[in-house]
Design a protein around this ligand. Structure first.
Ligand code: ADP
Length: 114
């Protein structure tokens, strides 16, 4: 969980030039949820699935200037799924992004055994 939060918060701070980064935590429908919301450049719909794949970065000037490996989100999503959870993004170009981690508070036995 710490690794995921560090990746999401690190990206939000890295890509946000003006505005704010908010981190919200809640318990909803049996899930522990963390949302990391920024007012950065946003991510186009066509890129929103791509960024969760290994070594994939959005091909824009912001990403080129900031560097990185393109691995953080792929690893974070994998960790979330190993805990029986999900990691998703909602984003609008020019308005910012919200990355949302959901992890079940009580994990199913089959996930725990996997
Ligand atoms: P890295 O940040 O090392 O490139 P990640 O897997 O963490 O690798 O992110 C992949 C890509 O997703 C980034 O290169 C960037 O293009 C995009 N991205 C991630 N987080 C954000 C964000 N908060 N705002 C805008 N783009 C983002």
């Amino acid at each position: 969980m710490t690794q995921i939060l560090l990746n999401l918060a690190g990206n939000a701070v890295k890509f946000t030039e003006t505005g704010a980064v908010d981190i919200l935590a809640d318990a909803v429908d049996g899930n522990f949820e963390i949302a990391v919301r920024d007012t950065g450049p946003g991510i186009a719909s066509k890129d929103q699935a791509l960024i969760f794949e290994e070594f994939q970065q959005v091909d824009n000037s912001s990403t080129r200037q900031k560097g990185g490996t393109g691995l953080g989100l792929a690893i974070s999503k994998r960790i979330a799924e190993m805990h029986g959870g999900t990691l998703d993004v909602e984003s609008v170009i020019g308005s910012g992004s919200t990355f949302r981690l959901k992890v079940p508070i009580r994990m199913n036995e089959d996930v725990r055994a996997a």
